[in-house]
Each structure stands twice: as C-alpha cells, then as structure tokens.
Design a protein around this ligand. Structure first.
Ligand code: FAD
Length: 456
C-alpha cells in the first residue's frame, strides 16, 4: 500500500479534519474566476493552533498552501495552482469579543461579513465594507482582498475599518498586531500590510473590526443623464461638495440599454448615477437639492425615496447583472480605478477602445471612488475575437495607468492580473515587495504564484 503523504500532518494535528477524496477536494480547487486545480488535500481548521500545524507541516515539506474563505474572488486568488493543501477557515466563525460601547468586534476569520453586520445591527452599528457578496463572503477573504463596496465612498475599504488582527506567518509563528483602539502607533503597521495581501504573507486567524453607527436615514436617488460625459462630470461635482453622497454608483449607456425593458427611464437617458444620502431625514431635502444643482444641464430624470422606494431606485442596478450575459458568452470583468476627476476620460477612452476592437464593453460600478467595472463581452471560442479582446484589455490597462489610476480597485490581482502588475509597479518597488514576502514566508509556501509576478 502507498505511504500516506499526509501522515506527518495527521500526527502533528490529530483533531484536524482533512479531506483527501478527490471528489471532495475538487470543490475547494476552484473559485469565482472559473479557474480550477485539484489540491492534494483540504484542511478544515477549527482554531489557530491547527492553522499553525498545517503551515509548519507545509513549510517543512515545501508544499504550497492556499488559504480560502468562501472562494468568491474573481481573480483566481484561491486556485491551488501547484496543488498542495487548501486551508479552509469555514469552521472558524466565532464571535470572540463584541464591545458596542467601544465600537469594535473581534471575530474569527471564517465568519461571514453578513454575520458581523447582523450582530452589530442590534446595537445600531455596522462594519462598513459591503462587497455585494457580503451574504456569503468571509471576513478573512474580505481582508485578503481589501474588499470594498458602494459604501467605500464615505467609509473606505477594509484597510480603513480594521483595528488589529492575529495571523500565522509562513514559518508557523502566530503574530498579534494592531490594537482595540482607534489610535495606536506602537510597532510597524503589519495589520494593513496583511490586509490586501491575498493570503501570500500570512493567514489571518482573527480580526478586530471597527464598527460605526448606522446612518440615521438612507435616501436613495436615481439621477438620469443625457450622456455618459454629463454623468461622469456630475460625479466630480457631487463629490467636491461638503455633503457629498455616501454612495455613488454609475451605469453607462450600454448598461442603460440593457435594463430599459426592466426599469422605466426617460427616453433620452444615456447614463445613470445611483446615489445615497445618509443624513437625517430633516436635512436630506436640502442636501438633495444641492446635488440636483451639481448634476448640471445634462440631468434628465430624478427619482428619490426611502425604505421601499429606495429599493425601487436600486432596481436599475439589480436588473443589470443577469442581462449582461445576453451580450456574449464570455465576460472579462476588470475593476480599474482612476482619480475621480479622470472618470470622463476613462469612460470616453474605453468607448473608443470598444469601437476600435469591435468588443462590446459595459461600464458600471463605484464611480464615487473612481472604481469602474469594465466588462469586456466576447466569445473566447472565436480566435479572432479572443485576440481583439486581449488587445483591447491591454488598451484598457494602458489608458488607466496613463490617467494616474491603478489596475485593480477591489478585486485584487490573484492569477488573473499577476502578469500585468509590472506595468504599474517598477522593478525597485517589486523587489521591495518580494523582500517582504521572503521575510514573512521564508519557504515561499503561502499562496505561491499569486499577487506578484515571479522575481527576476
Ligand atoms: C456576486 C459577487 C459580488 C462581488 N462584489 C464585490 C464587491 O462589491 N466588492 C469587492 O471588493 N469584491 C466583490 N466580490 C469579490 C469577492 O466576493 C470579495 O473579494 C470577497 O472579499 C472574497 O471573500 P471570500 O471569503 O470569498 O474569499 P476568497 O475568495 O476565498 O479569498 C480571497 C483572497 O483572500 C485570501 N484569504 C482568504 N481567507 C484568508 C485569511 N484568513 N487570511 C489571509 N488571506 C485570506 C485568499 O487566499 C484569497 O487570496 C464579489 C464577488 C461576487 C461573486
């Protein structure tokens, strides 16, 4: 009988649940990027000690280790490219400490975003990061990608809403960084270094999250514009005001075309902004009047409401995703980000690239942060179209960087964008990042091949 390759791990952590049946492991080998690889085994850790045991064993054996939350990332960040062990934290979901008066909650990394929101809401609090996947994505995964969502305009992303964390580094040591306070400057800020590192520097086992009071009211607005340029210009004007929107989402003309059948819109509507005002109801009318003025002469429709009416306003955004697939079988969803004032140039440049390459592109997303989802619709099975798609994508990246932007605002790099990172970061910067990686993960086992191009 063949020797059990995991014998040493079983001995080091006898209580650790391990999956080795290829059929069971298969479900942990893919993510929302639609890429997949088969891992050797899946470890379902229940505590930090078990996480340490897995890391130490992988380091000693030189086995790659891919930590996974719920696999909802879109960039292949949890695909075990070289096999090895997938470490799932789905069994680490406990709330460890909750102090509403101090506005923090400490949870295990496998807790779901929605679970945190549910606990905090009982005391009128919330954790600001709100990826659309919040109902089924984990805190560890949110932190791993530095996730954000529509509310990031007002409250920032994960990095802006974390106080501290515990993590297991590549040599198996457990570190505790940050604090339970909103101020604290002791030591290096490894908390924010680990956030956004896609499981390549350490495995976060628990996190202390900063909670904020729920807004006293939420008024949603759907502003319709006669052109993409008018809407894009309105974004800058709206955000320049002292009482800017807490949410500012954008839909371009193609997106508007897709949802016309589902939502009643002005005949000459070519672009939409979805806004949210979080001021008390007594103040919001005056604020909304100011926004309406800031939208400029291209404004063609203005609907606003609270409660159920707000849900109707958001129907425009919800109708979009299912409609997208009607354009082409394949979709490349990039999430480039530019300074807000450059959005008009980004949208115009993307439209020109779409025309030049014959690739339909639908743009929508978090315009308040300059972060647009640029969806290149194509048919990968058609070689000529696949080639035009690739050239068009290169064009989108070049344009983004020319405008002073960055290749990813929230989805991360993973495998999907790893080979493009060198377009944005120079050799000296990349060398410094590789040095950090070597220091925290000397055996190079933690999520190898992700986030950074290989060192020269
Ligand atoms: C429908 C849909 C909507 C989405 N909307 C948004 C959005 O609005 N905003 C947004 O930012 N993203 C969005 N996403 C992308 C994705 O949901 C987020 O990136 C989310 O944070 C991933 O969480 P997860 O638990 O699925 O993590 P996974 O996909 O499992 O992992 C993500 C990354 O984090 C690492 N990781 C996981 N756990 C840990 C840990 N404990 N310690 C260290 N690293 C870890 C992984 O190795 C990987 O690199 C969306 C995805 C879907 C499917």
């Amino acid at each position: 009988m063949a020797a059990d390759p995991l014998a040493g791990l079983r001995e080091a952590a006898p209580q650790l649940a391990l999956l080795t049946d290829p059929a069971e492991c298969c479900a942990y080998g893919f993510d929302n990027s639609r890429r997949a690889r088969q891992p050797l085994a899946v470890a379902l850790a229940e505590n930090a000690t078990q996480v340490q045991a897995v890391v130490r064993w992988c380091a000693a054996q030189g086995r790659p280790l891919t930590v996974r939350g719920r696999g909802t990332n879109t960039v292949g960040a949890t695909v075990p490219l070289e096999g090895g062990v997938v470490l799932s934290l789905e069994r680490m979901q406990r709330v460890l400490e909750y102090r509403p008066a101090d506005r923090y909650i400490r949870v295990e990394a496998g807790a779901l975003n929605a679970q945190v929101q549910e606990v905090a809401a009982e005391d009128g609090l919330f954790w600001p990061p709100d990826p659309t996947s919040a109902a089924y994505s984990s805190i560890g995964g949110n932190l791993g990608c530095n996730a954000g969502g529509p509310r990031a305009v007002r409250y920032g992303t994960c990095r802006d809403n974390i106080l501290g964390l515990s993590a297991v580094l590549g040599d198996g040591s457990l570190i505790r960084v940050g604090s339970r306070t909103t101020k604290g400057v002791v030591g290096l800020d490894l908390t924010r270094l680990l956030v956004g590192s896609e499981g390549t520097l350490g495995i976060i086992t628990e996190a202390t999250l900063l909670l904020r009071p729920l807004p006293p009211a939420r008024t949603a607005v759907r502003a319709q514009f006669d052109s993409v340029a008018s809407a894009a210009q309105a974004v800058s004007a709206l955000l320049a005001g002292a009482e800017g929107p807490a949410v500012c989402e954008f839909l371009d003309n193609r997106a508007v075309g897709l949802i016309r059948e589902d939502v009643a819109l002005a005949p000459d509507c070519q672009a939409i902004l979805l806004l949210e005002c979080h001021a008390p109801a007594s103040l919001s009318d005056e604020i909304l009047e100011g926004w309406r003025g800031a939208c400029g002469p291209g404004l063609r429709g203005w609907d606003s409401g609270r409660g159920e009416e707000a849900a109707a306003v958001w129907a425009a955004r919800k109708a979009l995703s299912p409609r997208l697939r009607s354009l082409a079988p394949d979709k490349t969803n990039e999430d480039v980000v530019v300074p807000v004032s450059r959005i008009p140039e980004l949208v115009a440049g993307v439209a020109a690239l779409s025309e030049r390459h014959g690739i339909p592109i639908v743009c929508f997303g978090h315009a308040g942060n300059g972060n647009l989802h640029v969806n290149l619709m194509h048919d990968r099975a058609n070689p000529a179209q696949a080639a035009e798609h690739d050239a068009c994508l290169e064009g989108v990246f070049a344009l983004t960087l020319e405008l002073g932007g960055s290749l990813s605002g929230e989805h991360g790099v993973g495998l999907a964008k790893r080979d493009h990172v060198g377009l944005e970061l120079d050799a000296a910067t990349l060398a410094a990042m590789h040095a950090v990686k070597r220091a925290l993960d000397p055996a190079g086992i933690l999520n190898p091949d992700k986030g950074l191009p290989p060192p020269d």
